[in-house]
Design a protein around this ligand. Sequence first.
Ligand SMILES: Nc1ncnc2c1ncn2[C@@H]1O[C@H](COP(=O)(O)OP(=O)(O)OP(=O)(O)O)[C@@H](O)[C@H]1O
Ligand SMILES: [Mg+2]
Length: 482
Amino acid sequence: MDRTGSILVIDDEEIMREILETLLTREGYSVRVVADAAQGLELARTAPFDAAIVDMMMPGMDGMTALDELKKIDDDLPVVMITAFASVESAINAMKRGAFHYITKPFKNDEVLAVLRNALERRRLVAENRALRQNLQAHANHFGEIIGRSQRMRQVFDLIIQAAPSRTTILINGESGTGKELVARALHQNSTRADRAFVTVNSGNLPPDLLESTLFGHVKGAFTGAIYPKKGLFEVADKGTIFFDEIGNIPLETQAKLLRVIQEREFMRLGGVETIKVDVRIVAATNVELRRMVEEGKFREDLFYRLHVITVQLPPLRERREDIPLLAQHFLEKYGEENSKPRLELTPEALDLLIDHDWDGNVRELENVIERAVVLSSGQRIDADLVPEHVRRSRRFQMPQFVVPPEGISYRDAEIAFQRGLIESALEQAGGVQKRAAELLQIKPTTLNEMIKRHDIRPRRKRTGQGSPDPDEEAAEVPIGD
Ligand SMILES: Nc1ncnc2c1ncn2[C@@H]1O[C@H](COP(=O)(O)OP(=O)(O)OP(=O)(O)O)[C@@H](O)[C@H]1O
Ligand SMILES: [Mg+2]
């Protein structure tokens, strides 16, 4: 059995320290002995230990307090208490407070060694379990969960299979909700790193200094509040994969440091002097055009090229409509099961609506729509009435059919009426927000504002869903003249 491990011994009696040091060193452990708790804590904060042996009765800080403090530094650290036979009671108390075990004085060498072996074994199991749990979560989104039979998705699958085994950096590009995170996990799952950690960095929501200490870790005293040393995510991801979600949000100064890690696969903890080497696979995702950010000076060009070795381009859902029935079915089963409503089906009308919709929110939006319909459904069939209003309404725009009446019509009046109808519809769609309405019509807000004035359009309250006419009819119904 492997006896390696580092043990911290805290005991005020010199003879005890000598006995333990000799015994444990002979067994092959690396041992640090100190005479009081304060020194022991100091050591524990700078160097990680695999187990600690702590005397209960010590002048100054007693064993019980030392136990509490050690647990604050490393919650998983197994701590073995040493106590005089007379005070076994307090040792039992210590176990209630998280000690691994206790040994009474005088102790037998074998007993100490056996307890220590168990302690180290448990430490190993806890660590292993943690890694397993991480990977279990990853497994839930295995390759098989990425649905798609379209040509575009098949190309994505092929690329994943080809690129997964290497350590090459991969950039995943796609609109929000297209499945970037699923692809990142699939890359990890299909690599030799699958049984190691998959660590996600949410690049966007941390201020730069916090992001850096999260990524690279810090040494004790690196900044105010850095009371303990801390591992960064790069170290946690060693031999595994680190996934930068929304990499475009990383501030420029951190980008420089990131570039260095990608190039050298090494870095320093904040405030540290020691270079730490890691073996990590870097996967990054973005829903913005990084190239444009480079042109605008918001993203480092050198980092862009480093990331751009292999790019997985995820198509928006509206460009692979043939996958919509498949995805809808998948989510129907998923949420049907979750809500104890088996064998649900979509009516052809409902499915048509889904296929026609433009899905700006992509698969995530579709998933939400299906989940909602499943929850609201009462029978086996999900019909068009369970498809939310906005999905029904945004059916692709159809030009109204114009029929010139036999008596003829003023071209100018018809044109003005058509413009007016478009503006009113856009304003309604945008809930009266002119800026958004201008976006919908792809014109400048100032232009829209001018037109609103010219046509003398008054703000109108948003119509509620109930009783509103069919969207197609609405588009065809262009009032001519007033
Ligand atoms: N091809 C797919 N098959 C099945 N489910 C998918 C697919 N694509 C996306 N999803 C589901 O859609 C949701 C969004 O996917 P994901 O989080 O991977 O998207 P994203 O591109 O990372 O989005 P964002 O840019 O908003 O972070 C998830 O619930 C995911 O399971
Ligand atoms: Mg995402």
